[in-house]
Design a binder for this molecule. Structure first.
Ligand code: PHE
Length: 486
């Protein structure tokens, strides 16, 4: 069976950026920025993206392209009798679980698109909006229908293949997304009191930054770039050998980051202009924003466009999550793409039901220290298997496959120039794995139980300092060795 591949450079970019740009950019990034005090948090986030996100993305891309295989097959092609492909299984399982509840949240967005378009959201009293949101997601049937819609649309786009499905739809959806985003941005920054929101976004106040904020920025960098789940790896496997991968990874990273910032520019000036608070958390777009739109002239129109934007962003991400699983199943078990897509979409939908009901009928069912099904899935996927998938990719590329081989693939065997060998080697072998371990210890709560919270900061900084030291020694030794060779 001939492997499918992307048809054009623009198509690859649209699909990969489409995967990266999602709820993480337009829903989560603004609300965690709001909770962590704004500009200073953003600066840390940018650093995490550049220093760790980009090199890891590059590694996933080249591992996929080198092996031309799915997320498990890629490890198999290189592992030599060691069970490294289990890392691929972890990545695929993570994508499967995350998709089940990511589709549910995208379903909430669909509910809101309808209510924005009919003007219904404009009629709810601002202080009632929180309860209103709760009643929608707790209503059992509607969220199940909307999740089904999201999964079905995703399956429809994935079914036709990489070039005729994923690429084709990404090339339509991403420009639409951009146009809506720019339109909304212009609306927001031309509001009377827009400057307060812009100041919040761009004038750093480091006293607002906390250690857990720093770690959250790091974790979010991974999530936002769709790393650690075999997604970028799978997309990499559809890219031809002559493509400049460094440039591509850079473009995807920049696009993802710009869109997150633009989403902030849409949301915060409006929030501040109408006197609302930026720190509402997950309810920011579902509860605060509808109140903001009620104050705005032609609010219903802008509101509809906003939720449409979020819906599109979510769909181009759900496509990539499903593709990881579909690529694996079609290749591993030799099943036709259409059949595999439909069966997997059904399975994912079934798995989404417990999450959906944990906001309604099953909200009383609690496990492992009070977690609902949704909490549990989210905890296992985001806090355990996602970091695990991420660290395994780094260790595999850094230590097993070897960064020299990765660099050969980055340069397309010498066709392009890559000048950062030492830095890349250090990041993939040491810095990224160490960073992921700290994220993991933090997000699972292990770090704070081991250390009293006032020691947390010093522990992290001591760790980072030690690492930088080791890194510098390592880089200088390498460059000395190189000189000795010549
Ligand atoms: N990167 C996507 C976002 O920002 C989320 C995502 C994570 C999608 C992992 C696919 C895989 O929303």
């Amino acid at each position: 069976m001939k492997r499918d591949s992307f048809g054009s450079r623009l198509g690859i970019l649209a699909a990969a950026a489409g995967s990266a740009i999602g709820l993480g950019n337009i829903w989560k990034f603004p609300f965690i920025t709001g909770q962590n005090g704004g500009a200073a948090f953003i600066l840390v986030y940018l650093l995490c993206i550049a220093l760790i996100g980009l090199p890891v993305m590059l590694s996933e891309f080249v591992l996929g392209r080198k092996t031309q295989a799915n997320a498990a097959g890629a490890f198999k092609a290189i592992e030599q009798d060691k069970p490294w492909h289990l890392s691929g299984y972890i990545a695929i399982a993570t994508a499967f679980i995350i998709l089940s509840y990511y589709a549910m949240i995208a379903g909430w967005i669909f509910s809101y698109i309808g209510r924005a378009a009919t003007g219904k959201l404009m009629t709810i009293a601002p202080e009632q909006l929180g309860d209103y949101f709760g009643s929608i997601i707790g209503s059992n049937v509607e969220p199940m229908v909307c999740t089904f819609l999201v999964v079905a649309l995703t399956a429809f786009m994935v079914m036709s293949g990489v070039k005729d499905g994923i690429e084709k739809y990404s090339k339509i959806l991403m420009p639409v997304l951009l146009v809506i985003l720019v339109g909304l941005m212009i609306r927001s920054v031309t509001l009377d009191d827009a400057s307060k929101g812009l100041e919040f976004l761009f004038k750093p106040d480091f006293s607002k930054l906390t250690t857990s904020g720093v770690l959250e920025a790091l974790g979010h960098a991974f999530y936002s770039l769709s790393l650690g789940m075999g997604i970028i790896l799978t997309y990499g496997s559809y890219i031809n050998k002559k493509e400049n991968i460094l440039k591509l990874a850079l473009q995807v990273t920049i696009a993802d980051t710009l869109i997150a910032l633009m989403a902030g520019i849409v949301i915060f000036p409006a929030v501040f202009a109408y006197g609302f608070k930026p720190d509402a958390g997950p309810g920011l777009i579902f509860i605060t924003l509808p109140a903001v739109f009620q104050e705005m002239p032609f609010g219903a129109l802008f509101e509809t466009l906003f939720f449409l934007l979020v819906g599109i962003a979510a769909l181009t991400s759900t496509i990539s999550l499903l593709e990881v699983v579909v690529a694996f199943v079609t290749e591993q078990f030799n099943i036709a793409r259409k059949k595999a897509t439909i069966l997997l979409a059904l399975a994912i939908y079934l798995l989404s039901i417990p999450s959906t009901l944990s906001f309604g009928m099953w909200s009383g069912i609690k496990m492992f220290g009070g977690k609902t099904f949704f909490d549990l899935f989210d905890f296992v996927a985001s806090n355990i298997s996602l970091p695990l998938g991420g660290i395994l990719v780094c260790i595999f590329v850094g230590w097993i496959w070897g960064t020299e081989n990765a660099v050969k693939e980055i340069t397309s065997n010498g066709l392009y120039v890559f000048k950062y060998n030492g830095l890349y080697d250090f990041i993939i072998k040491f810095l990224a794995p160490a960073a992921i371990i700290v994220i993991f210890l933090n997000s699972t709560g292990l770090l704070s139980t081991v250390l009293a919270s006032d020691q947390l900061g010093s522990f992290v900084f001591a760790g980072v300092g030690a690492l930088l030291f080791v890194g510098l020694v390592f880089i200088s030794r390498r460059s000395r060795m190189k000189k000795a060779n010549f």
